[in-house]
Structure formats: C-alpha cells, structure tokens
Design a protein around this ligand. Sequence first.
Ligand code: ATP
Ligand code: MG
Length: 557
Amino acid sequence: MSNKESLNFVEIEVEKDLESGRYDGRVHTRFPPEPNGYLHIGHAKSICLNFGLGEKYGGKTNLRFDDTNPVTEDTEYVDSIKKDIQWLGFEWDNEAYFASDYFDKLYEFAVRLIKKGKAYVDDSSAEEIAKMKGTPTEPGVNSPYRDRSVEENLRLFEGMKNGEYEDGSRILRAKIDMESPNMLLRDPNMYRIKRATHHRTGDKWCIYPLYDFAHGQSDAIEEITHSVCTLEFKHHRPLYEWFIEQLEIYPSRQIEFARLNLENTIMSKRKLLQLVNEKHVNGWDDPRMPTISGMRRRGYSPAAIRNFCDRIGVAKRDNVIEFALLEFSVREDLNKVAKRVMGVLNPVKLVITNYPEGKTEEVDIDNNPEDPNAGTRTMPFSRELYIEREDFMEDPPRKFFRLGPERNVRLKSGYIITCTDFDKDPETGEITEIRCIYHPDSKSGQDTSGIKAKGVLHWVSVEQAVPVEIRLYDRLFSDPNPGGHGDKDFKEFLNPDSLEILNTAFVEPSLKDAELGEHFQFMRKGYFCLDPDSSDDKLVFNRTVGLRDSWAKKNKK
Ligand code: ATP
Ligand code: MG
C-alpha cells in the first residue's frame, strides 16, 4: 500500500477494498466511451485515472465502447478513440469490448427481470410516461400497464424484439417504485423499440437497451471491480445496484469523481460535433479543439497531457481549471524535449555590409541546452539575413535591448553587429532594409572583441531560408464559460481571432527535414510542430504554445 498522504480519494477507496479483501485483492477498471465523437481532454482525465489505477495496483483496465445508441455511433469514432488512448500511452486488457457484444445477454437479463415480476411492457406514449413520472416534490403514479402478468409481458417483449410493433409504441420498464424520492427509480425505461442500423450489429436488433440498463450490467459481465465515473451518475448508482441485486450478478463498485472543466472550452461532444459540422473549425482534429486529436496536431505531447491530469488531481466537487495550467504543463514538457531552431515570423532584411559577398559560413548551435545528449548542428550565416521586424526600432527607448541605429546586438550563435543605417518606405513608413557591420572577433564562443551587446536576436540566412506557412492559435472561445450563459448559444462566444495565418515566415534550412510529431522551439517565438497539411511545396507549422507563461508567474509562492 502507498503513502496515504499522496493518494487521491479514489485510490483511498480502492486501497480500502484491497485491505478488506472485497474483490480478492483484484483491481479491474474500465474506460467506457460512447463512440459518438472524438475524445477530449476531459476523457484524458478519466483515462489517466482508470488506466492509472490499473497500473498502480497491478490490475487491468478494459476499454469498453458503450454503444447502445445506434443513431449517433460510428466506427470512425471507435478507431479514433483507440488511437488516442494508445497515443496517450495506455494499453487496455485484451481486445476492446463493446456493450453491443452483450445485447443477447442483456436481453436475457431483461427476460429474467420480467419473470421475477420486476419489469413490464408499457404501452403508454413517451409523453404519458413523462406525465406519470411526477416531479422531484410530487410522487409519480403507476402506469395502467404496470400490473400485466408475467406471461403477457414475456409475450409482448418478445414481440418487441421480433419487430411486431412500431418504434416508440411500447417500452420495457423496470418495476421499482413510482413514489421513490429518487426519480430515476420511478420505473425507469430499460428497452426501447428503435429501427436503426447499428454500427456493429447491423439490423439484427430493432430494440435497444437504454444506457442505464446496459452500463452496470456490462461492468458486471466483465467483472469490473471499480467502476469509476463522473458525478452526474451518482443518482444512478441506486438504480445500478438495484439491477445487480435483482439479477444477482457481479457487484462492481461505482465511485464518482468531478469531471474536468476547462476555462474557455466546451467539453460536450454534441457541441463539439456542431462546431465540426457547421465548419467553425476544420474538423475534429483542428488544433483549436479540446480533443486529443486536436491537441496532438497542435503539438501537445502525451507526457504533457498526462502530467496535467496528475497535477489537477481528482476531486469530489465540480471545479473549473484555468487553461493556462494546461499550457504550463505543455511548456514544461516541451522545454525538455523540443529542438531549438530559428524561424523568423515577420521578417525584415538585414545586410552586413562588411561581410564578404557570396561567403557562407556554418555556425554551431546547441539542439537543446536543457538536454546534454541532444548534440549540436550547424546553420548557415551570410551577408544577408532576415531578422524579426519587431526586433528593430528606428527610435527605440533606452530599455529596448534589441536593434536600433548605432546599437549593438548579438546574433544568436553568430556575431555582434552594429546598426549603421536603414531604409524606409516613404509612403508607409515601413522599414525595408537594415544595414549593419559585424565584428569579426566577436563570434559566439570565441569572442575577444570586448564589445557589449545586451540583446540576442534570432535570424535566418536569406539565401538558404525556407518560406513556410505559420498558423498561430488563440483560445477558441473568448468567454471563460461559453456553455454557461443560459439561453445564449455557446457559438456566440467563439473567438473570431482564434486562428491567424502568416505567410511571411522563413525558417532555417534544417527544418526541411522536420517530421510530424517532432517538437521544436522557435527561439523567442514559442513551440511549434509540423502540420499534416504540409506538402513538398509548402511546409506548414503550428504554434503549439507561446513561450511566455502566465500561470507559473501568477501562482508563484
Ligand atoms: P457527452 O459529452 O456526450 O455528455 P460523455 O462526456 O459522458 O458524453 P462518454 O463517451 O460517455 O462521454 O465518456 C466516457 C467516459 O469519460 C465516461 O466515464 C465519462 O464519465 C468520462 N468523461 C467524460 N467527460 C469527462 C470530463 N470532462 N472529465 C472527466 N471525465 C469525463
Ligand atoms: Mg456518457
């Protein structure tokens, strides 16, 4: 057993069960997504928790698709979910399971309940059933069909299965208690008639179990010990326990935790699907989406996401996490692994007038000063370079340690230069060219010049520079809680400036060999990665996150 202080409350409960021998010392969890959308960062939290418990206690974790709703589900989602879990670094036990594999078994469970007099077929319409449910303060009333005989119920339920009745004309309900203070126990629906093709079982079934009659039973069939889910299922627990007791099947233990909410983010799959379908974003893997696939494309690493999930912990009460904390975790990991390179996003040309024309020399650069094993590479230096437009000011204030007339700066890994002159477009006032001299005895690493230069600038050599497209991202929503404005549509809070595309940028030649999944730090500009939209003609880089950290600063003790 572990040091109790560092345990989250779910681990504490699991350890209690281990100590008491409740499940013969077994820990077997599951992650149960519904394949009706792509996984998002909230799912990542659930994945880290469930698979984490399996790993920590030498147990197992199943992946089970809760695919009881044929209308919204699709194999595209099944494949993406598998890919995302593996990418996060987790492995499920055996093959993936599907609730739809249990349809026969669930049908048999339903028959068992009918035979015990614990379920009945109701011919009332959905509206009538809703009316009879009562309200949280008023008890419900019994359906006129509640006291049908076992034989009649068996015959009608079989008829439902055989397609003898219209969709929605009959429904199988559990016979529990119409006066229960817990509305979910007021004879909940178990099976509905729905003629829809299922992504796995095709047209075999025209009746489908409701989630509440499938989920707990699936846990039992798989002999899951700890069924960890989000808080909204707390009220369902008595119902799941009732089914398990009546059916005398494996008693998995449900433990609820608070779902992850992130500022400026929508986490409902239904709403994310709207963003995709209405083309507010370019697909589920748009780098602005809170999906795992979007974050992967954006350049977030699996380790960063796992660390974030660890850091936010597991709570019993709902809370909202700052987006900046996620970005802090991303920077923290990328700082360790990203290769340092140079890219100039908004270039202006700089000519070193005393540097020989046609000459190119290679300067050495560390690939990553944070990683002693990352090695070095070379980068071409020549008479004509691009530097960042914002690194030059015609009339700079004293505290501006970059370039201005007669000022010195160091070119990173190169020489100290002194600005002698510049050209300006008379109409727009835009700087068109900067001229400098360099100091040959000031080369980085062997500087004997004695010249002082406070600022260090990144640059690329014009001749070898590679033009690229750069995509800069901002929050997808400008409101911290886009889904929390009552009747207002969440899409009203979309940030119109969430994507900025730059077609001015140049990067160093080594980036021609950049690969998908590699992480780069463009010095002074942030972390970047290659986007799959790249072609041989045009490389596209996404900015994963800027360098400046707002979270650590604010939360410094
Ligand atoms: P929807 O977004 O349509 O309401 P869902 O988020 O419940 O659906 P599921 O596919 O049922 O989606 O989720 C699979 C698992 O992930 C569930 O156990 C669920 O509790 C968990 N989960 C979903 N969202 C979050 C979240 N924001 N934080 C933590 N866990 C989550
Ligand atoms: Mg769900």
